[in-house]
Design a protein around this ligand. Structure first.
Ligand code: SF4
Length: 74
C-alpha cells in the first residue's frame, strides 16, 4: 500500500542488489528503505509520507530504477 501522499517504487533488480539496497538505506534520511533479513531492499510503507523529495535515492540508483511518485496534485 502506498502512503497517503507518496509512493516509492523500486525495480526488482535494484531491490535484489544488496550493495544498492544498502546504499539506498544509507541515503534516505527518513528511513523509507530498510533491509530484509536476506539483505534485499524493502520499502517501509508507514514512513512513505515522511519523504522530503530530496532525490538522493534517485541519484543513488540507476536512472529510472527508483521512482518517487506524488499522489497529490500540486
Ligand atoms: S526522495 Fe529522499 S526522502 Fe524521499 S525516499 Fe528518496 S531519499 Fe528518501
Amino acid at each position: 500500500m502506498p502512503g497517503m501522499f507518496i509512493d516509492v517504487a523500486v525495480d526488482d533488480a535494484v531491490a535484489q542488489d544488496r550493495e544498492l539496497a544498502k546504499k539506498l538505506v544509507d541515503v534516505c534520511a527518513v528511513d523509507i528503505f530498510a533491509l530484509s533479513d536476506d539483505g534485499t531492499l524493502k520499502v517501509v510503507e508507514e514512513n512513505l509520507d515522511e519523504c522530503v523529495l530530496c532525490d538522493l535515492c534517485l541519484q543513488a540508483a540507476p536512472e529510472g530504477a527508483v521512482r518517487v511518485i506524488k499522489l497529490y496534485e500540486e
